[in-house]
Design a protein around this ligand. Structure first.
Ligand code: CP3
Length: 326
């Protein structure tokens, strides 16, 4: 995962002149950032430059990214009435600029490079809506669930419906695969995940047009990986808190897997980067269906040359393995 962002000077130059949301809403800038980041790193697929929180405005709430504080939702969801007041507008009207950006990016990207669209998973979006921004312990989110499970189900179902239409719109605009980010699911107790979160994520995956591969990203999901996989994506993502081989055995070798290098490794020596890559590829054992990726987003002070060197190492090593396997 690149978050094409702050570690890349090309992005920083654009960002100096434009607010983050402005960039997301300007298709020429989205296309440029997406295409340049892909080329510079040499990765096999491009991920659209956007943010999982864009849907917050589509739900009728104000969204801002004040400097250095992370995202801010000034009118968070705290009551049943707040849930009822959320809009369920046609994404074509509220998020049409993302579809425009997909069309332009698809046109400017190399033909043989897949473009990945994405959205936040219902739980992570709900957590942002309730907390009003980032959080360490997700206390308000959990209280919101415990105090009134009916209200919780209503909120997640609403987010799921809008998300399914949003991702379907991205598919129609031209993305080749879609990814759902459940970045904060790892704060949940396993039965909470299974009963109150997984069914909503499953509803989103079930609504994606047939034949479009789906990727389920999460962090800290090792304690309930089987439930996480049961949400039904094509590819199951895992972070660096679990060994790749153990994760793959648990989800079954018939499922493609995505992961799982600790992004912090990229901030260390090139030798350490190569050792970690080799360790993960060794665990994959040359099986088909491994998408090499970081366990979480790339960190802002990552040296770009380390990221590019990682891509090269993974390509070289996996070519070698394929040749060896014939
Ligand atoms: O990967 C890519 O290159 C595509 C672009 C992308 C962004 N956000 C751009 C971005 C993607 C895939 C995301 C997903 C996203 N956004 C997630 C899920 C992945 C994850 O990291 O768990 C989450 C949780 C968000 C929400 C979000 N957006 C946060 C918490 C922040 C602030 C982060 C920080 O440390 O400042 C953002 C802003 C954001 N999204 C930036 C970028 C490049 C930085 C904005 C800036 O330039 O100031």
């Amino acid at each position: 995962m690149r978050q094409a962002g702050r570690y890349m000077k090309e992005y920083r130059a654009i960002r100096e002149k434009n607010a983050f949301l402005k960039i997301c809403k300007t298709k020429e800038l989205v296309a440029e950032i997406t295409v340049v980041a892909r080329r510079k790193l040499g990765v096999d697929a491009a991920i659209l430059f956007a943010d999982i929180l864009l849907i917050v405005e589509a739900l009728g709430l104000p969204l801002d990214f004040p400097k250095a504080d992370g995202p801010l939702i000034a009118k968070p969801v705290r009551t049943a009435a707040d849930v009822d007041a959320l809009l369920e507008a046609d994404p074509e009207e509220t998020l049409g600029y993302v579809f425009d950006a997909v069309r332009l990016t698809r046109a400017e990207l190399e033909k043989d490079v897949p473009l990945i669209g994405f959205a936040g998973a219902p739980f992570t979006i709900a957590a942002y809506l309730i907390e009003g921004g980032s959080s360490k312990d997700f206390e308000k989110t959990k209280r919101f669930l415990y105090e009134d499970p009916g209200r919780w189900e209503k909120l997640l179902a609403k987010i799921s419906r809008v998300t399914a239409r949003y991702l379907t719109g991205q598919v129609h605009a031209g993305v080749q695969a879609v990814q759902l980010f459940d970045s904060w699911a790892g704060c949940l107790e396993p039965s909470e995940y299974r009963e109150h979160v997984m069914p909503h994520t499953a509803a989103v995956f079930a609504a994606i047009p047939a034949g479009v591969p789906t990727i389920h990203f999460g962090t800290g999901t090792a304690p309930f990986l089987e439930s996480f996989a049961a949400a039904g994506s094509t590819v199951v993502g895992v972070d660096h808190r679990i060994r790749l081989d153990e994760a793959w055995q648990r989800i079954g070798y018939d499922r493609p897997i995505q992961g799982n290098m600790d992004p912090l490794v990229l901030c260390s020596s090139l030798e350490n980067v190569k050792n970690h890559a080799a360790m993960i590829l060794d665990q994959a054992r040359g099986r088909a269906g491994h998408i090499f990726n970081l366990g979480h987003g790339i960190l802002p002070d990552t040296p770009v040359e380390n990221a590019a060197a990682l891509v090269e190492t993974v390509h070289e090593t996996s070519r070698g393995i394929q040749e060896f396997l014939g």
